[in-house]
Design a protein around this ligand. Structure first.
Ligand code: PEP
Ligand code: MN
Length: 310
């Protein structure tokens, strides 16, 4: 028998790692349905994919309001925008902080769309909770356990992005930290992972296989962020459609009003992956025109082999 290394976990360990959110432990979800997470009037896991859209970072009131109005008319259900940005370099734009949160709230109130924004530090959970309808835990923070606990305690719905090198077990373990605080309002978000080719011809590798795999192991809704996964605006529409075909419960997409050419108003953060409102409206239309969502969510979840290492 092959010996296990210390700390090595496999999907069969999920009963121990994430019992609270595990589909197999909850007979009421044995039909493949999801736990429905409510954010204002937006329902994740109800059968119809949710579209969250907005800029990578909130840069000014004018920029945020312009993008918010544009994504609302394109048919998005929710707004996004970072006020606290986790950047690779401390010399890059870090976000507007509290001022950004206030702008985001104003955009939410103006459009009537709920907002999600990232919280990068447990000391900021209370402040961000005052302005946001949903808290985002970013890829870089997925294994910041004190932050997960504090976010769970806030009682706010949580958007938990997958760590860029995280296995499914580690991702579900992170979700369990939030659930362990009595908060089941968790939406998982695949956002691309590191592979040997990351950065060569795409920013990350969009792991669509993880969508049905996660849905088989947990009843929580699973959405996809095609923007960070590809890093290229020209690929976001196809990646969105592919994600929908893989049965995801929604999309989170970066949008800007930038024309892609002029030097002015180029987003300070992730400019090359931001799509236009026009492209967003085609994605929304694709979802609206597509039939069979109810069938997708009610099909029985097929558990994965239990001996896979992760
Ligand atoms: C984001 O969505 O703004 C973001 C920083 O994404 P990620 O944490 O997936 O890199
Ligand atoms: Mn971004």
């Amino acid at each position: 028998m092959q010996q296990k290394l210390a700390g090595q976990v496999s999907l069969q360990d999920l009963s121990r790692i994430s019992p609270t959110i595990r589909r197999q432990n909850h007979p009421e979800f044995s039909d493949g349905s999801r736990f429905v997470v409510e954010v204002g009037n937006v329902l994740f896991g109800s059968g119809l994919p949710v579209v969250i859209a907005g800029p990578c970072a909130i840069e000014s009131e004018r920029q945020m309001i312009e993008v918010a109005l544009a994504v609302k008319s394109a048919g998005a259900d929710m707004l996004r925008g970072g006020a606290f940005k986790p950047r690779t370099s401390p010399h890059d734009f870090q976000g507007l902080g509290l001022e950004g949160l206030k702008i985001l709230r104003a955009a939410a109130d103006l459009t009537g769309l709920p907002v999600v924004t990232e919280v990068i530090d447990l000391r900021l959970v209370e402040q961000v909770s005052q302005y946001a309808d949903m808290l985002q835990i970013g890829s870089r923070s997925m294994q910041n356990y004190p932050l997960l606990i504090e976010a769970g305690r806030s009682g706010k719905p949580i958007l938990l992005k997958r760590g860029m090198s995280a296995s499914l077990c580690e991702w579900l373990g992170a979700a369990e930290y939030i659930a362990s605080q009595g908060n089941l309002n968790i939406v998982l978000c695949e956002r691309g992972i590191k592979t040997p080719t990351s950065g060569e011809y795409s920013r990350f590798c969009l792991d669509l296989n993880v969508v049905p795999a996660a849905q088989a192991e947990t009843f929580l809704p699973v959405i996809v962020d095609p923007s960070h996964a590809t890093g290229m605006a020209s690929r976001v529409e196809n990646a969105s459609r592919a994600s929908i075909e893989f049965g995801c419960d929604g999309l989170m997409i970066e949008v800007s009003a930038w024309d892609g050419a002029s030097a002015t108003h180029r987003p300070l953060c992730d400019a090359d992956q931001a799509i236009t409102p026009e492209t967003l409206s085609r994605i929304v239309q694709f979802i609206r025109d597509r039939k069979g969502f109810e069938d997708a969510t009610s099909s029985p979840a097929i558990p994965l082999g239990s001996n896979r290492q992760c």
